[in-house]
Design a protein around this ligand. Sequence first.
Ligand SMILES: Cc1ncc(COP(=O)(O)O)c(C=O)c1O
Length: 400
Amino acid sequence: MEQNRRRQILDRGGLEINWPGEPLLGSAYGEAEIEVVTQTIRESMDPTVGFGFICREIEEFEAAFAAYCGTADAVSINGAGTGLDMAMMCLDLEPGDEVICQSVNFRAAPMAIVGQGARWIPCEVDSRTFQADPEDVERRVTPRTRAIFAVHMNGLSSPIDDYLEIAERHPHPKHGPLKVIGDAARALGGGYKGQKIGKAGWMTVFSFHTQKNMTTLGEGGAIATDDTEVAKRLRQLRQFGGAEGWGSNYKMTKVQAAVGMVQLRKLDEMIESRRRLAKARDEMLAGLEELITPYEPQDCKHSYYLYTLLVQQAWAGKKRDRLMSILREDFGVNTIVANPPVHSTIPFLKQHTGDCSLPVSEEVAARLFCVAIHPCMSDADNEYLCAALWETVEKVRDAR
Ligand SMILES: Cc1ncc(COP(=O)(O)O)c(C=O)c1O
């Protein structure tokens, strides 16, 4: 982006919206969502109807969500955090069992592992994609490994087929091939090898939290799977065990499901808006040597839940932090680091992993930062963010 053009854009004024680094509403809401909420409440006000759970709205939403992911089934739940717990419950973990999961991550998946009494084995990420590095995953497999917990970081698919091969190569002595479970809380609507994220692997957990690519009134989630037996188990877990084992209450509400149908119909369009903004941004930032734009492997379709940039190696740590503070102070541009390695930054998880060294993860976390992206962002705001990034990088460069 030429200097004159940048100055022109910055002189026009600031951002139209004071975007948080990770916007507090990730999707777009409109009249259709409002109408479906009031309509569902009206219908539920009848004492012979109520907000009862086994209802048309939930069944329709689950069928539509499974069809979207291309899976045999989908089970709606009240959030991805509980969904990850449920996924771990389906493993029937025993003390000493191990589950491999990346540390550059939100804390939810490691918490789910530890919560079910297993050992969390943190692994490194690929520094271009932020996904668990298959080679490092394989190095960490032991006879006690039960599963590979693949977190589709920041909107991009992880290389699930690579993990499935590892799972076959190193079967557990009692349980057979390792299970590959996906946490796609941040990656709904992204693609992998011509299919939607959620199709590959044993089961995939999605979030409909307010910040995610779509939301069911702020909370909610779903688990997509081709394994109909596991879907049955998940339904039992979510509703007090059904007629059989243990269970609790992890249900989505009827009103959320009704809104979910509206959001799901808009989802691909919202992902396309994110992608269009991201690609325009990639172009506007091209030539800015100190910044590396998000990588999209050929077999993946990034959903750009977050637009994750890396600073060059020499700028890791202090210079990256300086860049983030100039962006905020001089240009009103908020950014976040998603995410520092949780094995070293979350005290509870640190207690469970002890002295664990993950140099690649530490370095990646010192270089990455995320700039807001949102389906409703204007081209003018997208341009402003890029002009601000150029100017800021030049300031940091000159301060050498
Ligand atoms: C990667 C990841 N996994 C799981 C979760 C938890 O999702 P939920 O808020 O639906 O419980 C989140 C964030 O909210 C996340 O970013």
